[in-house]
Design a protein around this ligand. Structure first.
Ligand SMILES: *Cc1c(COP(=O)(O)O)cnc(C)c1O
Length: 374
C-alpha cells in the first residue's frame, strides 16, 4: 500500500454528471463529459457513463485506448486537434474529432476510406481565446473544401474559450457562434448535429438561464470533476465538490523557525525562495512532492494546516504550534485541477475508488461506425 492515496468517490461523480445532464436536457444540449483529467482511468470514465452522459470526450488517444471496453456505447470525441500522422488511430478510436486544419481532415478522410469507415468532424472557430480554431471569416472556405471529402461528415462547429487567453464565455460570443452555425448550415444544406458552446466556462450562462438558443452541445470536465465555478472556484450549487481527496502521511513533525538560516542561494527549482517570519512553527513533512501533485492548487482540509512549500518528494506544512499531530498521522487535501491531473499521472500515488456503481454493464459491441450525414 502506498502512503499517498488519491481517493475517488465514483458515486459523487455519477451524481454530478446526472445533475449536469438535468441542466442540459431541457435546452436539448448534448453533454460531452470530458474525462481527460482521469488520464484514461477506467473507474472515472465508467462513473461518468453511469451518470448517463451522452458522449465521452478526451484529448489523448492513449486515454481512449485505456477506457472501458464494455458498458454503455456513447460516441467518443477527441478534443485536441488530431495530428495528421495519427489519423488512422483517430478514425479507429473516435467517432468525432475537433478540427481546424484541412491537412488533418484530409488525412482523416484518407484513413477513413482505407478503413471503410466515416468520420465526423466538428470545426473549431477562434472567438478570442487565441488557442485552436480558424477565424470566423475563414470558415466558409474550410467548409467548401471539407464537404467534398467522401468519408468526412461535418457534424458541427464549436469554440473553446478560457484555456489560454483566459477569455470568459459570454452570451455575445456564443451568439456569434450560432450565427456562424446558421451560415454553415445554409452552405452545407443540412442542419448541424452539434453547435458546441465550449467547456465548463459556459456553465455559468446555463445556470443563469442566459445560454443563447442554438447552442446544443457542451464539453464539460472541470466543473463535473471538481464541482466548482471555473471563474470563481466557488462550489456550484447541486454539485459535489469533494469527488476527489488526496491523503498523505507525515514523515517528520518538528518545531523549526519559519525563516531559513544561512546564505540564501537558489532552491532546487532555480528560484530564490522567500519566507515570511512567523517565528517558531511546528512543521510537518508529508511523503508527497512535486512529482506527485501541484501543491499550488492543493487545499488543506484539516483545520489549522497551511502549506509552506514543496520539493520533488516533500511537502512541508505548518501544523500550528498547538498541534497534536504525530509522525504517521495522515492529512487530507482537496486537489484543484492541476493537483488532480498531476496525482493521476504520478505512479507513486495510489488511486482508490469507492462507491463504484453496481449497474450491470452490457458488453460493448464492436466499434460503431458513424452514421452518414446528420
Ligand atoms: C479540456 C477541454 C474541454 C473541457 O474543459 P473544462 O474546463 O475541463 O470543462 C473542452 N473542450 C476542449 C477543446 C478541451 O481541450
Amino acid at each position: 500500500m502506498s502512503s499517498t492515496v488519491l481517493h475517488f468517490d465514483a458515486r459523487k461523480l455519477t451524481e454530478n454528471v446526472q445533475t449536469l445532464q438535468g441542466l442540459c436536457a431541457p435546452l436539448d444540449i448534448t453533454l460531452a463529459t470530458v474525462v481527460k483529467a482521469g488520464c484514461g482511468w477506467e473507474a472515472l470514465a465508467r462513473a461518468a457513463l453511469d451518470g448517463g452522459c451522452a458522449m465521452l470526450a478526451d484529448s489523448r488517444l492513449e486515454n481512449f485506448a485505456r477506457l472501458p471496453s464494455e458498458g454503455p456505447v456513447v460516441p467518443r470525441m477527441l478534443l485536441r486537434l488530431p495530428a495528421p500522422s495519427e489519423a488512422g488511430s483517430v478514425v479507429r478510436q473516435c467517432d468525432i474529432s475537433l478540427n481546424s486544419e484541412y491537412a488533418a481532415i484530409a488525412a482523416l478522410d484518407a484513413a477513413a476510406q482505407r478503413l471503410g469507415r466515416r468520420h465526423r468532424v466538428l470545426l473549431m472557430v477562434e472567438l478570442g481565446d487565441r488557442r485552436e480554431g480558424i477565424l470566423p471569416q475563414d470558415l466558409p472556405a474550410l467548409i467548401d473544401r471539407v464537404r467534398h471529402l467522401p468519408a468526412i461528415d461535418v457534424a458541427g462547429i464549436g469554440t473553446n474559450l478560457g484555456c489560454l487567453g483566459g477569455i470568459r464565455t459570454t452570451a455575445e460570443k456564443l451568439s456569434q457562434l450560432t450565427v456562424l452555425a446558421t451560415e454553415a448550415e445554409a452552405r452545407l444544406g443540412y442542419r448541424l448535429a452539434y453547435v458546441s458552446g465550449g467547456n465548463s466556462g459556459a456553465l455559468p450562462l446555463l445556470l443563469e438561464g442566459r445560454m443563447p438558443a442554438g447552442i446544443n452541445h457542451l464539453r464539460v470536465g472541470f466543473s463535473m470533476l471538481l464541482g466548482r465555478d471555473p471563474y470563481t472556484d466557488a462550489p456550484l450549487p447541486g454539485l459535489h465538490s469533494d469527488v476527489f481527496e488526496l491523503e498523505a502521511e507525515l514523515i517528520e513533525v518538528r518545531s523549526k523557525h519559519s525563516l531559513p538560516e544561512g546564505e540564501v542561494v537558489l532552491d532546487a527549482f532555480g528560484r530564490v525562495p522567500r519566507f515570511e517570519d512567523r517565528g517558531e512553527q511546528v512543521r510537518g513533512i508529508l511523503g508527497l512532492g512535486r512529482l506527485d501533485t501541484d501543491f499550488e492548487s492543493l487545499q488543506p482540509l484539516d483545520p489549522g494546516v497551511g502549506i509552506i512549500g514543496a520539493s520533488s518528494d516533500h511537502l512541508v506544512v505548518d501544523l500550528g504550534v498547538a498541534t497534536e499531530r504525530r509522525v504517521g498521522d495522515r492529512l487530507r487535501f482537496a486537489p484543484g485541477y492541476g493537483a488532480l491531473v498531476q496525482a493521476m499521472l504520478s505512479p507513486y500515488v495510489e488511486k482508490r475508488s469507492a462507491g463504484v456503481s453496481s449497474l450491470p454493464l452490457p458488453v460493448r459491441p464492436p466499434l460503431r461506425v458513424s452514421p452518414g450525414h446528420p
